[in-house]
Design a protein around this ligand. Structure first.
Ligand code: CMX
Length: 443
């Protein structure tokens, strides 16, 4: 058993017994009540899931096992080669074990993933069989599905594994999958945009830097950005579409490949992860209409109003839970000011992002219906990637997806260790709901 797995078992197995006892003793107690609006409008605010890896506070933003993003960036192990951003290996360690990692822990995971990172040829062949015009997220999801042939969870289930072993095989699949995703993502990138010319992984590089390398970017700042990007997108508690989907599909004992591929289909929606490509498209559209250059704040305000009048959403703004500026947005702003906007240098697109941040919130607030007028993670990420020459914006959600694997797969291993059963909430018809509330409709 590898050391990370041993550590996980030492934490999770006693906790599984504790949770069982908790349900036995307190199972009848109420956690809250919910309203008709919550039932119709996406179950927002209903506590219906247990997720150990992170918790989202509406005012403060995400905490990974208690650590905020600024704390992760300041305190967590960094690349010994002059790194200034946390290594995502450490964030995974934190989410899986609940403990802050040492540099040794991070190095062990990096080596472990490097050993597991070989992607079978048929995965590339499957991606190659798709039309060139296929969206990168579709390629990514199909690539993950093609890799499902490798599932040790599915193979062990077929042989008749005991419930007690579920977490062990879920761990193995999750580690293999995380190790292989950068290779699959980079393959899609190079196939689609770089003449199908591929770059072999460099086993000496950490997970995020290797992704940048395989995509063809050796600039230290791109590797630095990739480490931060892979850290901040990793998890956002359990109810968001990608995390919830992994949990839901996994609850049917679908293996981690099936569960994660399903979650990526959710991430590919424009109200979730695809918003990072939509933000760039929206800004490009605005600049096109204005004939290029840097738009004034008035022009940005007019474009936002026009977007709203046309019944469209302003991408990168709003959130189902957050009610303040997303700290993931602030981390990216900080990255821009720390590493790009220095010595009098500026980046046009990043400057536009800053101007939108000044102008958009009061306009969105004035609609009276948008609950959160502040930017989310997607409002900034594309502009930083564009700055470093990664201009293929329809690929951006794939990067989000590689990162999201860290959180949702750590959670999936926990789900199996804690013995979470099949998820199956009840639904009601509108007629049934009216009857329950004694509402009589006069026709
Ligand atoms: N622009 C325009 N209208 C918006 C809006 C925005 N950025 N955010 C919310 N609204 C609208 C909703 O569409 C809804 O309108 P209707 O009543 O006409 O249906 C109303 O305001 C109330 O919505 P809400 O309760 O504030 O927000 P939801 O929890 O329903 O939705 C979200 C949250 C993120 C889907 C929404 O804010 C949105 O569409 N934002 C733009 C897309 C985006 O950036 N998504 C990325 C989120 C982060 C991520 O997952 O990656």
């Amino acid at each position: 058993m590898d050391t990370l797995k041993e550590k996980f078992a030492a934490k999770a197995l006693p906790m599984a017994a504790e949770v069982k006892a908790l349900i036995k003793e307190h199972g009848d107690k109420k956690l809250g009540e919910y309203t008709v609006a919550q039932v119709y409008q996406g179950m927002k605010g209903i506590i219906g899931l247990v997720t150990e890896t992170s918790k989202l506070d509406p005012e403060e933003g995400i905490r990974f096992r208690g650590y905020t993003i600024p704390e992760l960036r300041a305190q967590f192990p960094k690349s010994p080669n002059g790194g200034t951003e946390p290594l995502p290996e450490g964030v995974f360690y934190l989410m899986l074990t609940g403990e802050a990692p040492t540099m040794d822990d991070v190095t062990n995971i990096a080596n472990n993933w490097a050993r597991r990172s070989i992607v079978p040829k048929h995965v590339f062949d499957t991606i190659d069989a798709l039309p060139a015009s296929t969206h990168p997220m579709t390629m990514f999801s199909i690539g993950i599905m093609a890799m499902q042939t490798e599932s040790v969870f599915a193979a062990a289930y077929r042989k008749g594994m005991s419930k007690k072993e579920y977490w062990d095989y879920a761990y193995e699949d999750s580690m293999n999958l995380i190790a292989r995703l950068p290779r699959v993502a980079a393959y899609i990138y190079r196939k689609k945009y770089k003449n199908d010319e591929h770059i072999e992984p460099d086993p000496k590089l950490d997970w995020a830097a290797n992704l940048a390398h395989m995509m063809g970017y050796e600039d230290f700042n791109v590797k630095r950005l990739m480490r931060m990007y892979m850290t901040i997108h990793a998890d956002h508690e359990g109810g968001n579409v990608s995390a919830h989907t992994t949990h839901l599909v996994g609850s049917a004992l679908s293996d981690p490949y099936l569960s994660f591929a399903a979650s990526m289909n959710g991430l590919a929606g424009p109200l979730h992860g695809l918003a990072n490509q939509e933000v760039i498209l929206w800004i490009m559209h605005m600049r096109e209409q204005l004939g290029g250059g840097l738009p004034t704040e008035k022009q940005i305000a007019d474009f936002i109003k026009k977007t709203l009048e046309e019944g469209k959403v302003v991408p990168g703004y709003g959130h189902a839970v957050l009610r303040k500026t997303d700290p993931r947005f602030s981390a990216q702003q900080d990255f821009y000011h720390r590493y790009i906007a220095i010595d009098g240098k500026k980046d046009d697109l990043c400057e536009i992002v800053q101007s939108i941040y000044k102008v958009a919130p009061p306009i969105l607030e004035s609609t009276g219906k948008i609950k959160n007028p502040w930017p989310n993670v997607d409002a900034h990420s594309g502009a930083l990637l564009m700055h470093f020459g990664i201009t293929e914006f329809d690929f951006y959600t794939v990067l989000f997806g590689v990162s999201r694997a860290l959180g949702v797969l750590a959670s999936l291993v926990w789900d199996r260790a804690l013995g979470h059963p099949l998820e199956r909430p009840s639904s009601i018809t509108t007629e049934g709901l009216k009857k329950k509330l004694g509402i009589v409709t006069v026709k």
